[in-house]
Design a protein around this ligand. Sequence first.
Ligand SMILES: C[S@@+](CC[C@H](N)C(=O)[O-])C[C@H]1O[C@@H](n2cnc3c(N)ncnc32)[C@H](O)[C@@H]1O
Length: 264
Amino acid sequence: MPNSAENRDKLACRCNHRDPPVTDNRDTIYANPVPEPSAFRFDDSVARVFPDMIKRSVPGYTTIIAMTGLLAGRYASPGSHLYDLGCSLGASTLAMRQNVQHRDCLIIGVDNSTAMLKRCQTVIDTDSHEVPVSLVCANLQDIPIVDASVVVLNFTLQFIAREEREAVINHVYAGLRPGGIMVLSEKVTFEDPRLDALNIDLHHQFKRANGYSDLEIAQKRNAIDNVLLRETLGQHKQRIAGAGFGSCDVWFQCFNFASLIALK
Ligand SMILES: C[S@@+](CC[C@H](N)C(=O)[O-])C[C@H]1O[C@@H](n2cnc3c(N)ncnc32)[C@H](O)[C@@H]1O
């Protein structure tokens, strides 16, 4: 029903971000002692509880997703591509889709987890906005980025090997149209050890306030610490400037979670 009144109403209130109607499963993955802890992976058990996990674990996540949509609405240019790299269940993809006004745009969601992408397809299929979405199961390092006005990496670069990050950001820059933007959200580290310890502690306090036990926090930390590789905001900014972006700064931060915007 591409031109229904219901659809027009939804397009009219473009800032009213709605979460994907995918699952209300609660994350209890680390609730019991894990005898043989393995490295954190985006497998089916994570995909099943992901919306609950990320909202209770990442301060500001809901704001970052909603504002990603707002930014996409502002910067998407007619006939361009919008990329959601590491799209998981499509939260940023949907936020962009709900805000982009040019129906000749194409949103491309990329993820290398088949479990995530399968569920993401269901989310997209149940959404009725009109901008086309194409989902690609691949390493984001391998996909072409062409004719882009918006490229989003929301909490994805942190899972890429540090030595591969420069090539990723250079590739994003090369694929953006002049005037296009990159949104990069990351868990970051601080040069000052006291500030780093404080922000880690505040993050754990945030998780406790959201119902995670000390056991869950400790076991998740052990599983993810060698997989999620943090860098300082300075390192990110330097890499982004080195790629050629003329302007870049933080537009959101809560504790050790930050989002940057970079303008080509
Ligand atoms: C924390 S989640 C991203 C959350 C998502 N952007 C959101 O805002 O809801 C990280 C995602 O990146 C994906 N990922 C990690 N490394 C990747 C790679 N090299 N290529 C593509 N996807 C990758 C994971 O499978 C996972 O779904």
